[in-house]
Ligand binder design. Structure first.
Ligand code: AN7
Length: 349
């Protein structure tokens, strides 16, 4: 039975007797073999479908711990800035713990499903006329100035601690780490958490090597690739529309340590990869989550994708969160009269 991150990894996490063992049964997400696409790329490909977490993204793994610790420490409220998924997750776990949640979102730049989640879970949603990086700075200052207002962005170390669990699940399921692990990079927390998770498993002897970490960004928001902050990040993948990643140095270390790399892909390539994943392999992931697949196609084109290796792609968020990104794509809708004849004509079989 699914028990959630805090129960399952009690021994590996910084819990005390006073930590409430919150759970929405997060984690334990499927590692889906992506045979149709893998064959095309000439690799053994899996998707770790984090979009099947309770709020539809990987954020739940770290949020459950961050909110539990906030509750343990007597926080009166939690706050976060977010491109959408963090706010949905903070709002849900805040609701579960009975702690009010404030979320700061870049006005007009959050996918509709994510906004709906924050609202229905009862968060106080503040739309900031500015980008994510500016909103995060505001949230950090507010939490420093107001006692007992816990910040639950990935500057909160408990977030990354909980997110390590995804690396552990992958190793447990495959019996060894993959050759490559590729994931989208925004604020650069998740790639750092995966690295720490793999390092921990190596320390305790569960694995003997680290996978190469391949972090993929959108071209219009690629500070890790450029090696410098981006002031006005822009991309269709709004989840990773981030120009000043707070975990940049940890992420750089992760890539160096694992002999990995950062690369960027265009919005066009991201949307194309999203369409391929959905139409060739039956999985609907949000645009940001498809940046890694776009990256693999690009490497393949450049003849830089080794054959036969085992690759895990982290599908960080569910496609249903951002229906607008899918609208108007694929086959056009046909509207017909309510008659069998009209239907048979459309079927044309
Ligand atoms: C689907 O929700 O930053 O590199 O505020 O939602 O750990 O930041 C989301 C990030 C990848 C990037 N994929 O992860 C937020 C937020 C999805 C995401 C990322 C995000 P990090």
């Amino acid at each position: 039975m699914k028990k959630g991150i805090l129960h399952t990894y009690e021994k590996f996490l910084p819990l005390t007797e006073k930590t409430p063992l919150l759970s929405l049964c997060e984690g334990d997400t499927p590692l889906i073999p992506l045979g149709n696409i893998g064959r095309e790329l000439g690799v053994e490909l899996y998707g770790k479908f984090e979009g099947l977490n309770p709020t539809g993204s990987f954020k739940d793994r770290g949020m459950v711990l961050a909110v539990a610790k906030a509750a343990e420490e007597g926080a009166k409220a939690v706050v976060c800035a977010s491109t959408g998924n963090t706010s949905a997750s903070a709002a849900a776990y805040g609701a579960l713990a009975g702690i009010p949640c404030f979320t700061l979102l870049p006005a007009g730049k959050v996918a509709s499903g994510k906004l709906a989640q924050a609202v229905i879970h009862g968060a106080r949603v503040v739309a900031v006329r500015g980008n994510f990086d500016e909103a995060l700075e505001m949230a950090r200052t507010a939490s420093r100035e107001k006692g007992r207002l816990a910040i639950v962005n990935s500057v909160n170390p408990y977030r990354l601690f909980g997110q390590r669990s995804a690396a552990w699940e992958i190793c447990d399921e495959l019996g060894s780490p993959p050759d490559w692990l590729t994931l989208p990079v925004g604020n650069a927390g998740n790639i750092s958490a995966y690295c720490a998770g793999f390092e921990f498993y190596r320390e305790i002897g569960r694995i003997s090597r680290l996978p190469r970490l391949i972090g993929v960004q959108a071209e219009g928001a690629a500070p890790m690739v450029k090696g410098a902050p981006v002031d006005n990040p822009e991309t269709v993948a709004t989840a990773i529309r981030i120009g000043r990643p707070v975990n940049a140095s940890l992420a750089r270390r992760a890539v160096e340590l694992t002999n990995g790399q950062f690369l960027s892909v265009s919005d066009e390539e991201i949307l194309e990869a999203q369409g391929i994943l959905a139409s060739k392999n039956g999985i609907f992931a949000e645009p940001a989550s498809c940046a890694p697949l776009a990256g693999l196609y690009r490497l393949k084109k450049m003849d830089k994708l080794p054959a036969v290796i085992r690759i895990v792609m982290v599908l960080t968020g569910n496609g249903l969160k951002d229906p607008d990104a899918a609208k108007g794509r694929g086959e056009a809708l046909v509207e017909i009269d309510g008659t069998t004849e009209a239907l048979l004509e459309v079927l044309g079989l």
